[in-house]
Design a protein around this ligand. Structure first.
Ligand code: HT7
Ligand code: ZN
Length: 873
């Protein structure tokens, strides 16, 4: 397969000034007529267009048929253009939407037509310069049967519609903004919409519409409310106002990712639109708000200013994730949001960055671009944007954003352009920041503090390192937030040593240490007593922090740190120490034991009713097994699972009374479901208590009761989740009743599949094998596939890693089956295999064998090939 390199980038030879597309929609052969007004910028003699899986009908230049003079390969079309400076190119092709199970290009979902063009799907619709730096004015005419397609949508504004012969009709849409073809969209089908209006800051009324299948019309309120909140937030926080007169969202069931920000016509996975309390959990509600926000924010960061090439993906995605994180933080709780984001980063991005697929946020090469929509490009990319925010402050960051739009509106640009805007707007040099874009691997930040009780000085010695590179890397610029406390919890005033003033920025009682060398010291003066150090506050840089802090200091920070992240981190560190110490005990054949240091801190949080319940819930939740595994070069799966479970049971037993008291108190509270901060926090804490209690066999009834009596999906699912890990009659009865109730609601049924795929039940692998034979399991629906195969590989520690390799064998077979249907999804399901080096000896062999069996497949897609071959090399 062809490898694409950033270093090979060349500017386009042609400009497609405008395009008129006409779609004559038919399920198995849709004719696409594509009329482009082209400028030959460099007097090139050949124009090479991208195109895949297209049936070519004809090619005309300025009205003359030149079909015979053009050359066609599987992925290109070459057109002679010698002597032509501007010309009209008219290409007619035909595609098969019904047979398109890869869900890229034009395809059918639940009988409706829909498109997905990012990254390189437009070339599956028509021949084009399918690259993000070719910006074009689009006009789209859609013709279709009226009976099956009451709604005909595309980007921009509707400029014409009418009736045609044979019960067909048409609509013409025109987008006044130039855009790259990856932002093109078309939707047609029998859909209904909910409508609202948003009045912008500059007093224009925007028509807001959410299109769904008629049966889902009662599940759109939260999505609409989220859209309105997003529009308002972007005006207030960034001064960014919506630009078209209409904003449409369409929810579809078959979708490869979460959603797509096509100009004026977002297409969404229905999972991120549809919600009502009986069917959606708090996590679903939060996901909808975040994804609606994310796609809306792309209108400026992605659409108005787009990427020059796909190596710049983090320019739009890292920045837009940062923006959606800030939005959610403002809508709910900044502290909770930050902790949840750090958890996600550590559990998913850190492992990616430690494995064979590790890449910088700006990858330097790819085989299949779809494989680079990764946690690294998105989430680590957002952390890098956050670094600018921390270094420049809110005002400085806003100045940088304003300059970025002033300079680049309507352009396709690079990550350097973003950095230059940030630097120039603030008159600072940020060149060193570029290293974050080039460097893969999670940096390790080692800190040692020395207090001198005579001079009253505290020296903070910092050094940075990327283990796999030893010393061979240019240092990164890292803002390290710090505060100092007295023993009894008073925050101390900070006086940096005069020679360090440039690199220590003090704001109130917090300082930012600007680490820019491999090793550097920062000195604070006039510290009267040895302080308790609160370090890396707010997780101010995406690093692994090595700081040997005593258990006493950690316990103090748990009780008094004003930074919620450090407070949470401190109890997590205590828990992690507890778990790793006991894993060592288990491995050396010694008895496991619970330490007072940890339980005292744990009990403190459990009893501390002054603390926000959502933060309590987070603090009482043990580190995830994947994160525990990350602490080891080679992880002993069985020991991690065993000790993790053992610790939970110990805590449940020791604090049964407290858990029950807290549970019963919270269970009385929220009768009616509201998606609001305190209610969410209460449900969260209540269900954490339930999780512990359900580890005690005599409390299983409590879960059954909650399952049977709750009216909202958050509580029903929490109960069923805990039940699913038990070996009980209650488990079977509740799973059965849930299925009967929800078998016709695809999104709810996905939850039923996912719970069983993640279950720690002793026969879970056998259950999962049954699940793929279930009549409701379909390989063509990505959500269903992810619910079973994705969840199994990622979360079912015991089943997937079964010592005889049967879990690996099963998943490898499933991947090969799926690859022929939907390569994009199949390539993602492979991910858990790629970490094979991280497991013990025999498992490594078995995982590699499974990977090899996939690679031996003759017809493997380039998507799956890239991941499998890179992880074996
Ligand atoms: N910009 C989008 C990325 C994307 C995508 C979305 C749906 C289906 C396939 C896709 N490939 C790439 C989503 C986003 O980040 O907003
Ligand atoms: Zn995005």
């Amino acid at each position: 397969p062809v490898v694409h390199h950033l270093k090979d980038y060349q500017t386009p030879q042609f400009d497609i000034v405008s395009v008129f597309l006409e779609f004559d929609l038919k399920p198995e052969n849709t004719n696409v007529t594509n009329v482009m007004q082209v400028k030959n910028l460099n007097h090139a003699s050949l124009m090479q267009l991208d195109g895949e899986d297209l049936e070519l009908k004809s090619i005309l230049i300025d009205g003359v048929d030149i079909t015979q003079k053009c050359e066609q390969t599987a992925e290109t079309l070459q057109i002679p253009t010698a002597g032509l400076d501007t010309f009209e190119l008219n290409i007619t092709t035909s595609v098969d939407p019904q047979g398109n199970t890869a869900l890229e290009g034009l395809y059918r979902t639940s009988g409706n037509y829909c498109t997905q063009c990012e990254a390189e799907g437009f070339r599956k619709i028509t021949y084009f310069l399918d690259r993000p730096d070719v910006l074009t004015l689009f006009t789209t005419k859609i013709i279709a049967d009226k009976a099956d397609n009451s709604v005909l949508l595309s980007n921009g504004n509707l400029i014409e519609s009418g009736e045609l012969e044979n019960n067909r009709h048409y609509a013409v849409w025109q987008d006044p903004f130039k855009k790259p073809c990856y932002l093109f969209a078309l939707v047609a089908g029998n859909l209904e919409c909910v409508q609202d209006t948003y009045r912008t800051l500059d007093n224009r009324d925007i028509d807001l519409r959410i299109y769904v299948e008629p049966k889902n019309i009662d599940k759109c309120d939260h999505a609409m409310a989220s859209l309105i909140k997003s529009m308002k937030w972007d005006e207030e926080r960034f001064g960014l106002i919506y630009d078209l007169d209409i904003y449409m969202i369409v929810a579809v069931d078959d979708f490869n990712m979460g959603a797509m920000e096509n100009k004026g016509l977002n297409v969404f996975n229905s999972k991120f639109v549809l919600a009502k309390p009986e069917t959606a959990t708090d996590v679903d509600y939060e996901g909808i708000e975040a994804v609606i926000g994310h796609e809306y924010f792309h209108n400026w960061t992605g659409n108005r200013v787009t990427c020059r090439d796909w190596f710049q993906l983090t320019l739009k995605e890292g920045l837009t994730v940062f923006r959606d994180q800030e939005f959610t933080a403002d809508m709910l709780s900044p502290a909770v949001k930050r902790i949840e984001d750090v958890k996600r980063l550590r559990s998913n991005q850190f492992p990616e960055d430690a494995g064979p697929m590790s890449h910088p946020i700006q990858p330097q090469s790819y085989i299949e671009m779809n494989n680079f929509y990764t946690m690294t490009v998105y989430e680590k990319g957002a952390e890098v944007v956050r670094l600018y925010h921390s270094l420049l402050g809110e005002d400085g960051f806003r100045k940088g954003m304003d300059l970025y739009f002033e300079r680049h509106d309507g352009q396709a640009v690079t990550v350097e352009d973003f950095r230059n805007a940030m630097a120039d707007a603030n008159n600072v040099d940020l060149v060193q920041m570029h290293q974050w874009y080039l460097q893969s691997g999670t940096p390790v930040l080692s800190v040692k503090t020395e207090y001198d009780s005579v001079t009253k000085k505290l020296i903070v010695n910092c050094s940075q390192n990327i283990p796999k590179l030893a010393d061979k890397f240019p240092p990164l610029l890292m803002p390290i937030k710090i505060a100092l406390y007295s023993d009894d919890g008073n925050i101390l005033p900070l006086h940096p040593y005069e020679g360090d003033m440039e690199k220590i920025v003090v704001k109130g009682h917090e300082a930012i240490l600007k680490l820019s060398h491999k090793s550097e010291s920062f000195v604070f003066e006039k510290i009267e007593v040895e302080p308790v150090v609160s370090l890396l506050r707010g997780f101010s840089a995406p690093v692994i922090l090595e700081y040997d802090q005593s258990n006493e200091d950690l316990a103090k920070l748990v009780t008094f740190d004003s930074d919620s992240f450090v407070r949470w981190e401190s109890i997590q560190t205590l828990a992690l120490k507890e778990i790793t110490r006991n894993i060592a005990q288990l491995e050396s054949g010694q008895a496991l034991e619970l330490s007072n240091e940890f339980t005292t801190a744990f009990e403190g949080v459990l009893k501390d009713s002054s603390l926000d319940n959502a933060l309590r819930a987070l603090a009482l939740t043990l580190p995830e097994m994947t994160y525990i595994g990350e602490q080891y070069q080679q992880v002993n799966v069985d020991a991690v699972y065993h000790v993790h479970r053992w610790l939970k049971i110990q805590l449940a037993t020791k604090y049964e009374g407290l858990f029950l008291e807290q549970y019963l108190q919270l269970n009385k509270l929220n009768e009616e479901y509201h998606y609001q901060k305190t209610d969410i926090a209460n449900r969260k804490l209540k269900n954490v208590c339930l999780q512990y209690l359900m580890l005690l066999p005599h409390q299983i009834k409590l879960g059954e009761q909650q399952f049977n009596h709750s009216q909202n999906m958050t509580d029903v699912l929490a109960a069923l989740d805990s039940l699913s890990h038990t070996d009980s009659l209650e488990r079977e009865a509740c799973l059965e009743s849930f299925y009967r109730k929800w078998k016709d609601d695809a999104l709810v049924l996905d939850k039923w599949f996912a719970l069983q795929a993640a279950s720690h039940h002793i026969h879970s692998l056998a259950h999962v094998k049954e699940l793929v034979k279930h009549p409701d399991f379909v390989y063509t629906n990505p959500n269903r596939v992810r619910s079973v195969l994705g969840v199994f590989g990622r979360l079912n520690m015991l089943g997937f890693h079964q010592p005889d390799g049967e879990g690996y064998h099963f998943l490898a077979e499933q991947i090969m089956k799926l690859d022929a249907i939907n390569p994009q999804v199949s390539a993602r399901i492979v991910a858990p295999f790629t970490h094979w080096q991280h497991f013990d000896g025999e498992r490594q062999t078995l995982m590699k064998k499974a990977l090899q069996s996939i690679l031996d497949n003759d017809n493997l897609s380039k998507d799956t090939y890239e991941i499998v071959s890179k992880s074996l090399s």
